[in-house]
Design a protein around this ligand. Structure first.
Ligand code: SF4
Length: 360
């Protein structure tokens, strides 16, 4: 861990440090901060662009700011803290997995996927997850904590050091993004800002397992990333069998919130559906899904289950997945079968944190 970060952690404690990390601040936050120090607004632009665009690692690297102001920030405990790259794993299919260390010793993972001109990073929002999906390795780990906005955006900056410019970000890694709503939305604002990485809002996707209240809150946000919803089941009985959260929120509640979201934003929603042998992969399930989705404008991604140590489910047969996809397509729903990527390095969908399950 960088010395400055360690010193600040010892001096201020973990939660205070989160607040003191300038990397977690949006452009608007920095405008307020510089005003409090009686500085002109352009100081906020220097702070933001040096941190979020030029990877400044220390306040003294922001040389256009006066020495006095820089020292004031340092004396008041502000830092620019980064994560540590612990491991990097490369799959032959071009997928790269990063294992990153947070300032309190916790580990998280993010995954780079390459398709022609699209350089996508799948990022994590929590260490562990409270949702307990039984087909997902992260769901079997103990929930440790929410990531800060700085820790979320830093995954992009760390990946760029070895993989080039990231131009597409999906919040589909470890954790439920809407369960860490504020930090996630701050990170979206930071990544999207013109003085930062300037990643187009249409190239940022938030994936949720379906938290109705937060979906409605997202509909009212000033920034509107794309939304993907992990349904994985056409009815509540099957959903509760494979997702702990399925017993808490009924599909009727989730669908009602998605209707509000779509009426407010006018945006198409992506539905994620993990194909599990003999659980949710039958033709009758596909027909029930068509009926469920009829009121919405959606496209569907079908994902073959990716196994992990202790997983009690098997992936659906590829012919079964194709037959399922045909039912959806015939009903006019745009459907894509997602190819398996990064399996050899345990970086595929549902596998993040899988290597730690055997180390417990
Ligand atoms: S699938 Fe997503 S929401 Fe479910 S346990 Fe895994 S990380 Fe959490």
């Amino acid at each position: 861990m960088p010395t400055i970060q360690l010193q600040a952690l010892r001096r201020y404690g973990y939660y205070a440090l989160m607040d003191k990390n300038l990397k977690s601040k949006t452009y608007t936050d920095l405008l307020e901060l510089v005003a409090a120090y009686e500085q002109k607004p352009f100081a906020a632009q220097y702070l933001f662009s040096f941190i979020q665009q030029k990877n400044a690692g220390h306040i003294n690297d922001i040389t256009p700011l006066s020495k006095t102001f820089r020292q004031q920030l340092i004396d008041d405990g502000f830092v620019i803290a980064s994560m540590e790259l612990l491991e990097k794993h490369d799959d032959t299919d071009g997928t790269v997995k990063f294992v990153l260390g947070l300032c309190n010793g916790t580990r998280i993972e993010s995954v780079r996927l390459k398709d022609d001109d699209r350089n996508t990073l799948c990022i994590s929002t929590q260490a562990g997850c409270r949702m307990g999906c039984k087909f997902c390795a992260t769901g079997q780990l103990q929930f440790e904590r929410n990531l800060t906005a700085a820790e979320i955006v830093d995954q992009v900056y760390m990946a760029e050091q070895s993989c080039g410019k990231i131009n597409n970000v999906v919040y589909m890694g470890m954790g439920e993004p809407l369960d860490n709503f504020d930090a996630v939305m701050r990170s979206v604002k930071i990544l999207n800002h013109e003085h930062g990485r300037n990643i187009g809002i249409r190239h940022i996707t938030i994936s949720t397992c379906g938290l109705p209240e937060e979906i409605k809150k997202l509909a009212l946000s000033t920034v509107q990333p794309r939304l993907a919803v992990s349904l994985h089941a056409p009815d509540d009985t099957i959903r509760a069998k494979i997702m702990r959260i399925g017993s808490k929120y009924l599909l009727s509640e989730i669908m009602a919130s998605l209707k509000i979201y779509q009426n407010t934003t006018g945006k198409r929603i992506t539905i994620e559906y993990c194909m599990i042998d003999s659980i949710n992969d039958k033709i009758e399930h596909a027909k029930a899904l068509v009926k469920l989705l009829r009121p919405l404008k959606v496209n569907v991604n079908l994902i073959e289950l990716n196994s992990f140590p202790g997983c009690r489910f098997e992936p659906a047969d590829s012919r079964q997945i194709q037959a399922f996809a045909n039912v959806l397509s015939d009903a006019g729903i745009e459907t894509v079968i997602r190819f398996k990527r990064g399996r050899s390095i345990k970086a595929a969908c549902g596998q993040l944190g899988a290597t730690w399950l055997t180390q417990k």
